[in-house]
Design a protein around this ligand. Structure first.
Ligand code: 3MF
Ligand code: MG
Ligand code: MG
Length: 399
């Protein structure tokens, strides 16, 4: 089939690699980079130069960014948009000169204090409007740069306490916002896929885009299930009490799988640590579900992963990404082998073989009625007993 790298589609996350300063909730910047603090356009351009040098050294095929990562916010929406366009010009030149492609663009609707109570779900309609302007500009730039997707992570779309929150109203605001984004995408002819990134908590106590199942219910309610897919992050799946592969398998089953944010299962932490992947069997199970679903059609493997704040040397970024790519490649290879060998496939289909009989299929046919099935079960004197599948499975493994 395809070369292995076409199944991986690695992307570097601009925010962690070039924007993050090594801070955490208990302490500020630990890293020194020539472009920190990136509060002028000259520094933003220096950051872009460093980023594209890094992409070249690494041979990264894709990158992803938020507006906020690539330019300082202006004094007005107009100035912010002009600045974003200036940086997009710089990116465009570098991309045309052989730089990586854009896996997705996104807007940061969570860092600025104006978003402290959410963006689309904010009680203040002016914040909704400001967010609309910001997403419009980011979608325009993503389209101009040939972005293959556009991501919306809920950021602060959620609540701290139900006692001051009109949950139904906030969900409707979020549904309206997303519908307008989808409508705009079609009107400008953006061919990429809109992706929602689920996360159950952090920074808010309860995030509305909790997990894949919740997002699917939300999309159905607002009639968007054929328009929007999901970007699934390893750490977010764990925070929601799932495994990464569960979220991928469910998204595939519901027809909304899009892309992944790769990091790792840091069960020890209790929060989203965004560490680089380092566990081949763990990654293999995720790629196994992705390959089973037919592989990436639009998405890829974005490293939503950061150095540790003690990791002061920028060279560590190369080692971290190279190591992560190696872990993913090994995981993908193992997953491909699992599929090729077909033992699990054989065991799974043996497990459901009973459903191939005509009588069983009739129960699933349109128009089949509960009482017909019930009467037939009574007439046949059914009393099904559990059957061990072990013998059959052992035979599959041995053969
Ligand atoms: C937060 C995240 C985000 C999203 C990003 C893109 C800052 O936990 O994972 O990273 O990935 O906003 O939507
Ligand atoms: Mg993410
Ligand atoms: Mg995250």
């Amino acid at each position: 089939g395809k070369p292995m790298k076409d199944h991986l589609r690695f992307a570097v996350a601009y925010w962690h690699s070039f924007g993050w300063e090594g801070g955490d909730p208990f302490g500020g910047r630990t890293f020194d980079r020539p472009w920190f603090p990136a509060d002028t356009m000259a520094l933003a351009e220096a950051r872009a130069d460093a980023a594209f040098d890094f992409f070249r050294i690494l041979g990264a095929p894709y990158f992803c960014f938020h507006d906020h990562d690539v330019r300082p916010e202006g004094a007005s929406l107009t100035e912010s948009r002009d600045r974003l366009n200036r940086i997009a010009d710089v990116f465009q030149q570098k991309m045309e000169a052989g730089g990586p492609r854009l896996l997705w663009g996104t807007a940061n609707l969570f860092s600025n204090r104006r978003y402290m109570s959410g963006a689309a779900t904010n009680p203040d309609p002016d914040v909704f409007a400001y967010a609309a302007a910001t997403v419009r500009d980011c979608l325009d730039v993503t389209q101009r740069l040939g972005g293959e997707n556009y991501v919306l992570w809920g950021g602060r779309e959620g609540y701290e306490t139900l006692l001051n929150t009109d949950l139904g109203k906030e969900l409707d605001q979020m549904g309206r916002f997303l519908s307008m984004v989808v409508d705009y995408k079609h009107r400008i002819g953006f061919k990429g896929t809109i992706l929602i990134e689920p996360k159950p908590q952090e920074p808010t106590k309860h995030q509305y885009d909790y997990d894949v199942a919740t997002v699917y219910g939300f999309l159905r309610r607002y009639g968007l299930e054929n328009e929007v897919k999901v970007n699934i992050e390893q750490g977010h799946a764990i925070l929601a009490g799932h495994s990464f592969e569960h979220e991928i398998a469910l998204a595939n089953a519901l027809g909304i799988f899009g892309s992944i944010d790769m990091n790792r299962n840091d069960q020890q932490s209790g929060w989203d640590t965004d560490q680089f992947p380092n566990n081949v069997p763990e990654v293999a199970l995720a790629y196994y579900e992705i390959l089973k679903g037919g592989g990436f059609t639009t998405g890829g493997t974005n490293f939503d992963s950061k150095l540790r704040r003690q990791s002061l040397d920028p060279e560590d970024l190369v080692a971290a990404h190279a190591g992560a790519m190696d872990v993913c490649a090994r995981g993908l290879k193992a997953a491909a082998k699992m599929l090729e060998e077909g033992r699990l496939e054989a065991a799974r289909s043996a497990r459901y073989a009973g459903w191939q009989s005509e009588a069983a299929q009739a129960m699933l046919a349109p128009g089949a009625r509960l009482e017909e099935i019930a009467d037939a079960a009574v007439a046949r004197g059914l009393d099904p007993q559990p059957v061990s599948g072990r013998q059959e499975q052992l035979e599959n493994l041995v053969n």
